[in-house]
Design a protein around this ligand. Structure first.
Ligand code: NI
Length: 395
């Protein structure tokens, strides 16, 4: 029997030092040059078959067990965000304006540690682990690029696993949903064109600012009046730009925002109402609208059996942990969804906040930091789940 908890704890200094090093030297999407160099150095040291430069800076390695068996893909993301770090941590970012504010530094350190543990137990392993270090998760399309460049081929994975350190919940909490896990996301841009004029003579203009205000308000009726109350959807207008002077009605206003949904029926309904409202309301107000809609990610939907297996592994390892299998979901999005659309898998959350240590700022906040205790727990569950699925394949 492998004592995953003990091995993860023994390796904690390694996990922590890698995580802190990545934290100090954050890199934005598709520019994770230093990060991926360290990752591939570490994987090469383990004697693994390593492929660099997949989707620019991605790294893919194969860890083969002694016996034949299935292929389990484990993915970690590597990129940081364009945020000025405000923590006073000794390992705070040394790169101005760039910060690991989502915990991807932790994800990469976790996966390197998992590689070490599984590599030490190759003799007990039937099948192959495909370790995937993905660039550019933060809205830049890293997962899609990796798929285009063949990450799901040769060998083709049978199961995918990934996790997110989760500051919405305290250390000790583990969230494993058996269905919907994270929302699908669309990005929209709207242009409202009217007729500019003097602020004192609005009757001679067609005011795009007033039209925008009506549109923004009316869009909120989609979730409150068109979607069944027990289903989830979000429509958020997050930017609004228009006008320069206090006495000039502008020609144009630009809006942008995001739509989040889980199921396709709800998504179709939201998008249909979205267009009707934007075009119709603009016309009513004497303006013209233009909409640009782009799909950012599909929803993350866990494969029932895989999620049940990860849940069982977590429960066995940490009988006293709070394992939330009550279908914990979030309206946040994740590009892991693209891989999971093609290969069934499980994406789960490891609570990482600690309010006593003031490590509980939310993701993407300048004060974001997590309790590093969560790292070892994540390592143990991920390594044990992969080994369990390899040695006792899912039906
Ligand atoms: Ni993230």
């Amino acid at each position: 029997m492998i004592d995953y908890i003990n091995e993860a704890q023994q390796l904690f200094p390694y996990t922590q030092s890698i995580r802190r090093d990545f934290h100090k030297h954050p890199e934005l999407g598709f520019r994770e040059l230093r990060t991926s160099e360290i990752i591939s150095r570490e994987l090469n040291e383990l004697g693994l078959e390593v492929r660099n430069g997949v989707a620019e800076t991605g790294v893919v390695a194969l860890l083969k067990g002694i016996k034949p068996g299935p292929v389990v893909l484990i993915r970690a993301d590597m990129d940081a965000l364009p945020i000025v770090e405000e923590t006073n941590a000794e390992y705070a970012s040394t790169v101005p304006g760039v910060m690991h504010a989502c915990g991807h530094d932790g994800h990469s350190a976790i996966l390197l540690t998992v590689a070490k543990i599984l590599n030490a137990h190759k003799d007990d392993m039937a099948g192959t682990v495909k370790l995937v270090f993905q660039p550019a998760e933060e809205g830049l399309g890293g997962a899609e690029r990796m798929i285009i460049e063949g990450v799901l081929k040769e060998p083709k994975p049978d199961v995918t696993l990934a996790l997110h350190l989760w500051n919405e919940k305290p250390v000790g909490w583990i969230g494993i949903s058996q269905g919907s896990s994270m929302a699908g996301a669309e990005i929209f841009k709207i242009k409202i064109r009217g007729k500019g004029g003097h602020g004192a003579a609005p009757h001679l203009a067609n005011d795009p600012i007033l039209a925008s205000a009506q549109i923004i308000t009316a869009l909120q009726s989609i979730t409150s009046r068109n979607i069944p109350p027990l289903k989830s959807a979000v429509v958020s207008v997050c930017t609004i730009h228009g006008g320069e002077a206090f006495n000039v009605i502008p020609q144009e206003v630009q809006l942008a925002g995001t739509i989040r949904t889980f199921d396709l029926e709800v998504r179709d309904k939201v998008l249909e109402r979205f267009e009707v409202i934007v075009f119709g309301m603009a016309e009513t107000m004497g303006c013209q609208a233009e909409i640009e809609l782009n799909r950012l990610t599909p929803a993350v939907i866990n494969h029932f059996e895989t999620a049940a297996r990860v849940q069982k592994v977590a429960q066995t390892l940490y009988p006293s942990a709070y394992i939330d299998n009550n279908n914990y979901t979030t309206m946040g999005s994740e590009d892991m969804a693209f891989m999971m659309e093609l290969v069934p898998g499980c994406f789960f959350f490891i609570g990482s906040a600690n309010s006593e240590k003031k490590l509980d700022a939310s993701h993407h906040h300048p004060l974001f930091d997590f309790d590093e205790q969560a790292l070892s727990q994540a390592v143990a569950i991920l390594a044990a789940s992969a080994m369990d699925i390899l040695n006792n394949p899912l039906s």
